[in-house]
Design a protein around this ligand. Sequence first.
Ligand code: NAP
Length: 450
Amino acid sequence: MNRQLRVAVIGAGPAGIYASDILTKSEVDVRVDIIERDPTPFGLIRYGVAPDHPRIKEIIKALRRVLSHDDIRFIGNVNYGSDLKFDDLRLFYDAVVFATGASKDRELDLPGIDLHGSYGAADFVSWYDGHPEAPRDWDFQPHAEQVAVLGVGNVGLDVARILAKTADELRVTEIADNVYDGLRTNVAKDIHVFARRGPAQVKFTPMELRELSHSPNIDVVVHPEGFELDEGSMEAIRGSKSVKLVVDVLQNYLAKEETGAAHRIHIHFCQNPVEILGEDGRVTGLRTEVTELDGTGNVRGTGEFIDWPVQAVYRAIGYYSDNLAGLPFDLKDGVVPNDGGRVIDIDGDAVPGAYVTGWIKRGPVGLIGHTKSDAAHTIDLLLSDVDSLVAPSLPQLEAVDAYLDQRGIEFTTWAGWEKLDAHEIALGEAVGRERIKVVPRDTMVSISRS
Ligand code: NAP
């Protein structure tokens, strides 16, 4: 190609930033605009990673280096679908890479799911991470000392840990003041995490599971009922170091005496949630069916039911993506249909100039690092298509800015993020903390654009 390639990446989370990095390191002369709905960059790292996981947030340092690259622009506070549609983007760019992730809760069709005190983990995470679209207050139930968490992935662990820690333990992190005030009203003492299968089938990662015991305020209690390993489980343990490590950690917890800590995280196996129980519109319990392993690592119901007296239920059974205006969407898996990253329509034909990477491409599984190889694959395909891409009619950088300005869209930039970043750090420094997040969108935008 003998002209400069213009690419829009939609979403400034790790998936979009890795894709931009790979593109700008390629042989091709390219300018990338990363267009983001939030006024801030870093997506899941800012609004999905738990505040007490500063080690994971360190990834921001590497992402920051990418975003400061001269060939990459950050354009925040712009909503794909309303502020800019696919056809608008085609005016400015040869190709669009969608990296919009998954930030909603996957639906769970259980009787009682709409009771007061039944929550989705994604909503809770958005609240404690201070997402501008999340409600400012979290409605902790006043008597919810016993709480259930459904699902044994790392999000379930995050939710259980945040519920079990004290507000003061979390104060040292970057949480906003409204989140600290909200956490002080949380009275949870026993957090019951339910796995519908056995210990070798949990989706926890070993480090995150071990970390639960690092708080002096938390005892981890693994219950022996259902702690079984069938042939399928043994195969999984033999086949994966991570599964083996997780089962070892669970076994250590199982053997451990309680220390008398004020809060307990209980892990129960082979309990399939079947109903959330309620009275006067509020959660009063969770009914599970006891399951048994069937030899393959899957389970069957036993017909025995247990009612657990809990006053709140958090479901952490996986995320789900928003569909993207103008593109096909696979409702079952919550992804944009694609062939290795090339978006395809209902007939399986490639949608010219449209690519996907990250969770919107392959569903909401995998650690942040996994999105790198995913992005590499998508960008390889994009680069192999370069000669067939339709040149945009307005490839100049200023054309996008002018288009947004004309529509009164108050977009933010990388320089704007640097201002907001300095502001948040200064807020933290004033009270001996590393950072305090600004939550309201309009405040973030006005600081960024000041
Ligand atoms: P996940 O790892 O897929 O876990 C979802 C859990 O929900 C599984 O245990 C699953 O059980 C269970 N589940 C699904 N449907 C259910 C139902 N109807 N009833 C009961 N249980 C049900 O998803 P996630 O926790 O949302 O995590 C998403 C990704 O982000 C993962 O790759 C995770 O490692 C990563 N992450 C990492 C961190 C970190 O700190 N490193 C933090 C958060 C997230 P089955 O297996 O039986 O289906």
